[in-house]
Unconditional design. Structure first.
Length: 308
């Protein structure tokens, strides 16, 4: 990752800028107070729960820099940021995180095998359904962050594995509607759902030498196909989608010129600003969002979430 290491100083500067200004960015359709307030909160007018479902990113995972243990959950993920944004509107949410690192749509549904967090017959989904049934009279928010892991390992090689991606997307198409159906059937009338679409951290492959741009383009095509399947499933279930790819400029390939780097597509620049993919060892490359990336995801969820 020779050129990626050169990019780190630029990324660090931009991340610091984004972290201080992120709540004033991309504010179309969001209340003015959420866009401008940074330290004050509105008096609590409503309380409820926030059920956060997904894989490692739902837990705010970021790298530790420790060999063979390069990742841990944090309290600076998008769920924490969303609670902050809602508090600005006078909504006090109690966070309940059930996500499990590595979960696929299949493992969430599989009651016969253990995953990293749950022992059969329990799964993330069975626990979520039980929780929603027990809180049917409450106001609540549920975010669903599933599907990316179904293609994630297919994209780690420099050249994405097309057969692997196709199989992963096919599984999402079949199984995500089952998950949504069970969740919605268990939820009370005052529960609001939002499903996440995805940016593409593997646009950072752009820096992999002469073949890098074509490798980045291939991963972009795959993530776009995944997002289309996710959007279709969420729409069919009546679940709004958080436009994470839009707020992360996923489709913007306009060239920007950066000192010591040269001209690169804007979506590649944003990937370096919002994830750990453009960092060298010991923290990168890592495809999880950084603080700035999580804050933007929270903005996308906030914009999609029906008002409480």
């Amino acid at each position: 990752m020779r050129q990626l290491v050169r990019y780190v100083p630029v990324a660090l500067i931009v991340i610091a800028t984004v972290a201080t200004a992120v709540f004033s960015l991309h504010t179309a359709g969001t209340p003015a107070s959420a866009a401008s307030a940074t330290t004050t909160t509105a008096p609590a007018r409503l309380t409820g729960f926030y059920l956060d479902l997904g894989a490692s990113s739902s837990l705010g995972f970021q790298p530790t820099g420790i060999v063979n243990h390069n990742g841990h959950r944090t309290d600076t993920g998008y769920a924490n940021d969303l609670i902050f944004l809602e508090r600005l509107q006078g909504v006090s949410l109690t966070l309940r995180q059930m996500g499990c690192p590595g979960d696929l749509v299949q493992t969430v549904l599989n009651t016969t095998a253990n995953d990293h967090c749950y022992s059969a017959p329990e799964t993330q989904l069975t626990n979520a359904v039980q929780y929603l049934k027990a809180n049917q009279s409450e106001t609540g928010v549920v975010t669903i962050d599933l599907g990316f892991n179904n293609i994630r390992l297919c994209l780690w090689p420099d050249v994405p594995n097309a057969a692997c991606v196709a199989a992963g997307i096919a599984a999402v198409k079949v199984d995500l509607p089952k998950i949504l159906s069970q969740l919605k059937a268990a939820a009370g009338p005052q529960v609001r759902f939002v499903g996440l679409l995805y940016a593409d951290p593997f646009l950072a492959h752009y820096f992999n030498g002469a073949d890098g741009p074509s490798e980045a383009t291939a991963s972009l095509v795959d993530v776009t196909q995944l997002n289309a399947v996710l959007l279709s499933a969420y729409t069919a279930a009546g679940v709004p989608s958080a436009n994470v790819p839009g707020i992360s400029n996923l489709d913007n390939s306009s060239l920007v010129t950066l000192p010591n780097v040269g001209s690169i597509p804007e979506n590649v620049e944003d990937t370096c600003e919002e994830t750990w993919m453009c960092y060298g060892a010991p923290f990168g490359p890592d495809d999880h969002p950084n603080d700035a990336g999580y804050a933007l995801i929270a903005q996308a969820i906030f914009a999609a979430l029906p008002r409480l």
